[in-house]
Design a protein around this ligand. Sequence first.
Ligand SMILES: N[C@@H](CCC(=O)N[C@@H](CS)C(=O)NCC(=O)O)C(=O)O
Length: 212
Amino acid sequence: MTLQLLGRTSSCNVQKVIWFCEEASITYENKFYGGKHGGTKDDFFKSLNPNSTVPVIDDNGFVLYESNAIIRYLSNKNKFLQLDNYEDVALCYQWMDWASFTLAAPCAIVTLNTMVLPEDKRDSDKVSKSKLQVLSLLKILDNHLLNNDFIVGGHFSLADIPAGCWYNRCLNFDLDLSNYQGLNSWGLKSVGQGYGRGYSLNLINKWLKKIH
Ligand SMILES: N[C@@H](CCC(=O)N[C@@H](CS)C(=O)NCC(=O)O)C(=O)O
């Protein structure tokens, strides 16, 4: 059976899985759950993921949630985007967690208060404070990327996917990133236009305009 991916494409965590599948040429069927599509509190969805969050995959009966766990599983199963030594694997997990928790936290506050909540419920103070946090966190990644072409191991790896998805989201936050040369040049190589690698995220950006 084709890999089932449950989750709305406007979620960065779902985007990680789409990006990996596109890179690895894995055929998948995407069913929209969560956000305005709802369905995550239904018995069926909760039998797959009692946390009611997206993404979830069903790979021929093997069910898995947590986006980073999903892309690590798909990477191991397909022997794709793997790293060769334990140190690089550990650094890869470090950056995946950093992007998914440390960077994602203020990004989620900006997203909520600029795109998701109704205008009269948005908190502009929270947006300003969180944008400053995002800028200082992106500076950490920028410093790392001034000396490294990609996040780990000198080539595109799983480590670039979570950070790439959140960087892509940050491009919608109206931030001044002109002094972030390392980040921007990595962004062009990983998620940017004109490179095959960025194809799936560019596609997602087009979808987002239509279906957020
Ligand atoms: N740590 C989880 C977080 C999952 C999560 O919080 N997903 C959000 C979307 S990014 C969600 O399901 N929100 C509820 C909804 O979309 O209805 C993961 O990486 O998969």
